[in-house]
Design a protein around this ligand. Structure first.
Ligand SMILES: [Zn+2]
Ligand SMILES: [Zn+2]
Length: 267
């Protein structure tokens, strides 16, 4: 019924509980999950999750916050993008939230890394999973400049303004909402969610981070994504089943997956 379009099941706190977490997913009606890569060093572990479970898929990419890791070249990304069950490039993007005493001008290395990922998306034809924090305008500008209208994808764990959401939609990107949508102080984000058409919305946990209410502060995991769907349903004034159906269909369309009915019923 539900899809978690962005989770980090390769991270130790989730990976070591995988059988239990998969049982909880089944109980909660969370049929599928996309396992997101954040370093090249981590890729094999993420890919192994997707190879071992027919309701998991994965991406390849290096997160903008990761420093001191292997810097990806175009070939590193494109070669892995061609492997079975790799359906996206990312997570990638820009994050000016933690500058650590540096200026935005000092972050050229991050912009260059993002450019390489956008080129990899163009070369492979796979969608981009975009992380953007306190860097919305530059993110949109780079996607426009480097993507040349030929790249699709999703702005994940969206926390930017209505203007950035409109620009992302205009570029052909979808918007994914996380448990932040359930936080009491997230009124501005709820306004963004009201504005984004349902057929352009995805839902995610970004687990192990950002557990939705009423689990805020605990370790997040894919079985909690229905709380995000419920929040979105309330904002849209729709039944939660309609939000589940639409966000799952949007996920299938964006990542080029068959509808679940075409897959074996195996958890
Ligand atoms: Zn992210
Ligand atoms: Zn993430």
């Amino acid at each position: 019924m539900y899809v978690d379009s962005h989770c980090h099941l390769s991270f130790p706190e989730l990976h070591e509980r995988l059988p239990e977490l998969r049982r909880e997913m089944a109980t909660a009606g969370v049929d599928r999950a996309l396992c997101i890569c954040t370093t090249l060093e981590e890729f094999e572990r993420v890919h192994a999750l997707a190879l071992a479970h027919d309701n998991f898929w994965c991406t390849v990419g290096v997160h903008p916050d990761n420093e001191g890791v292997r810097e990806p070249g175009l070939d590193d990304l494109v070669s892995r993008a061609g492997l079975p069950r790799v359906v996206g490039i990312g997570e990638t993007g820009l994050d000016y939230y933690r500058l650590g005493g540096r200026s935005v001008a000092d972050m050229e290395w991050q912009r260059e890394r993002f450019r390489v990922h956008i080129r990899a998306a163009r070369a492979s034809g796979l969608p981009l999973v975009v992380h953007t924090r306190s860097a919305g305008a530059d993110t949109v500008a780079l996607l426009r400049d480097e993507g040349q209208g030929a790249v699709r994808g999703v702005f994940h764990c969206f926390t930017e303004t209505l203007e950035i959401a409109a620009a992302a939609l205009d570029l052909g990107f979808d918007i994914s909402f996380s448990g932040i949508l359930t936080f009491r102080n997230a009124q501005a984000l709820r306004e963004v969610a009201r504005f984004v058409p349902l057929e352009r919305c995805l839902i995610e946990t970004d687990s192990p981070y950002l557990a939705p209410m009423p689990h805020r502060g605990k370790t997040n995991h894919p079985a909690l994504v229905p709380f995000v769907a419920a929040a979105l349903a309330e904002i849209k004034g729709l039944p939660v089943a309609e939000v589940a159906r639409a966000t799952s269909a949007n996920f299938e369309r964006l990542f080029g997956l068959p509808p679940l009915s075409g897959l074996p019923e195996k958890i």
